[in-house]
Design a protein around this ligand. Structure first.
Ligand code: ATP
Length: 504
């Protein structure tokens, strides 16, 4: 079974059910299957064969879905990348590393074609798509092609896509994800959140990223539900769609929760949400509580990483919710907290979170050293420090790499960030270590305010922290920014903050 069989099955069972829509187009499962088949013919005509890589640089669009599943049917390996990546650094690295035969790119990013040509010796063709137009080059090219085709390669264990990590901790590495890993992750997620064909999902986070791809797009398709694909995130538009489309299923990364809560019209909207879920970055408890008070819907927090297709743990809608926890392991996924020697830690003791299960990647593409460092004895070492309580609920303490060591004392930035989020004027906060000649490192907090005309001083913020933090954890420096630097998937970019420190 390959991943595209999800659509074939739904096209047979519920052909007229609405599968996808955007502002201009609505397409049923049958139409989706046909368009994917036509796109598969196009890719094959252009010379794509099994095992080839197809570099996909498309924004959120129906075309993304067509190309994704057409690549699957060709037996090719999809390499979806951030639509905002530019030739300067990221494209060059990824094109060289993945050596694609085909580059499918949005017209808006066409300046990257040259870099892909120069860096991939395998490149045989480029398809320019103006995904924002319903009369685009891709749709014109497939128009007269057959709407039926064979199911394609049928080996579940094969690599289906190379998903480059978001690069928040260094150069992106290509995680090799299998058909089985992605399919089982989406099916399990559908099962634990009780998704059905009655669900309506709004996809406003970027589809090239694992969370939107598996937990929204694939989960809705296996459930036979409908997804609205929003090309570009806007808080205003999201609020309108949540109400107008009676959205029942929505992924809200922490940065979006902050933006929605800060919107002046959040209280005027009627929400129909059945499941609002979050993850992909630390979710401050303060925001969880405020979201529930304002929306009336509990946020379901989960945890995942690209290398695990991506979901590893989640709360369950009917289960106990523990604020600050990432829930419990998914069925058929095992999680063990280990010390530096790989020994299992008892409950409540902090160590590295390791994962085993069908969702774990095969390894990093062409990077045996990184693979051997990350997968040891079939366990994937996540680089996240966590602990487990006696009911199996897991808590992320922080990333190993983000730990601040001040005069030999370990400080977890997340603990300080949680305290800063309780300040009534703070919109977002992120804490890093800043080099110090005496202490080695000291704590440096960056923040933005809900109302940009409000200025908070170091003295005011240190006073806010004092009742809640030991003195050595209280940031020595506070820097107010208009907005914190983020990835397009909404994660705060600590490396960009570290650069600000070194430029200081
Ligand atoms: P790179 O690997 O390039 O540095 P990245 O780690 O941000 O990028 P992703 O796979 O997008 O790449 O993110 C996975 C990481 O996100 C996890 O390892 C963890 O640190 C963080 N994360 C995900 N969900 C949560 C959560 N609920 N709470 C805290 N952290 C989370």
């Amino acid at each position: 079974m390959n991943l595209a069989s999800i659509i074939t099955q739904k096209a047979e069972e519920t052909p007229t059910k609405l599968a996808l829509e955007n502002e201009d187009v609505r397409i049923t499962y049958e139409q989706l299957e046909r368009t994917i088949n036509q796109t598969t013919h196009l890719f094959r005509q252009r010379g794509v064969v099994e095992g080839d890589r197809i570099l996909l640089q498309l924004g959120n669009s129906l075309e993304f879905v067509y190309c994704y599943f057409a690549a699957v049917k060709c037996g090719a390996i999809i390499v979806p990348i951030n639509p905002t990546y530019t030739a300067a650094a990221e494209i060059t690295h990824i094109a060289f590393d993945s050596q694609p035969v085909l580059f499918v790119v949005d017209a808006a990013a066409s300046e990257n074609v040259q870099a892909v040509r120069e860096n991939s010796d395998n490149l045989i063709d480029v398809i320019l798509v103006d995904a924002q137009s319903s009369d685009n080059a891709l749709l014109r090219a497939i128009q007269s092609l057959p709407t039926h085709c064979d199911p394609g390669v049928v080996d579940d264990e094969r690599v289906c896509q190379i998903l480059y990590t978001s690069g928040t901790t260094g150069k992106p590495k290509g995680a090799m994800l299998t058909h089985k890993g992605l399919r089982t992750n989406a099916m399990t997620y559908k099962d634990i959140l009780h998704c059905s064909s009655d669900d309506y999902c709004l996809i406003s986070s970027p589809l090239y990223h694992a969370a939107s791809q598996t937990n929204c797009m694939l989960t809705m398709l296996v459930a036979g539900g409908t997804s609205y694909i929003l090309p570009k995130y806007s808080t205003d538009k999201v609020l309108t769609l949540l109400e107008d489309k009676k959205v029942t299923f929505y992924f809200i990364p922490p940065s979006v929760v902050a933006m929605l809560l800060n919107h002046p019209r959040i209280n005027e909207r009627t929400l129909y949400l059945r499941i609002a879920f979050t993850g992909s970055a630390p979710m401050p408890v303060e925001l969880l509580d405020r979201w529930k008070a304002v929306s009336g819907v509990e946020l379901i927090e989960g945890y995942g990483l690209t290398e695990c297709s991506p979901i590893v743990t989640s709360h369950r809608p009917e289960g106990k919710k523990k604020p600050g926890s990432i829930g419990t392991a998914l069925p058929r996924v095992s999680v063990v907290i280990r010390d530096n020697e790989g020994k299992e830690m008892p409950s409540y003791e902090k160590g590295e979170l390791t994962v085993k299960g069908p969702n774990v990647m095969k390894g990093y593409w062409k990077n045996e050293v990184a693979t051997a460092n990350t997968i040891r004895d079939v366990w994937l070492y996540t680089g996240d420090i966590a602990y487990q309580d006696d009911e199996g609920y897991l808590y992320i303490v922080d990333r190993k790499k983000d730990l601040v060591i001040r005069g030999g004392m370990n400080i977890y930035p997340r603990e300080i960030e949680e305290v800063l989020y309780t300040h009534p004027d703070i919109l977002e906060a992120s804490v890093i270590g800043s080099p110090d000649p005496i202490m080695g490192e000291v704590v440096h907090a960056y923040f933005s305010t809900k109302d940009s005309s409000v200025t908070l001083t170091t003295d005011m913020l240190q006073r806010h922290c004092r009742p809640m933090l030991a003195p050595y954890k209280i940031p020595a420096y506070f820097t107010q920014l208009d907005e914190l630097p983020k990835t397009t998937s909404g994660k705060i970019l600590k490396p960009a903050l570290r650069e600000l420190v070194t430029r200081k």
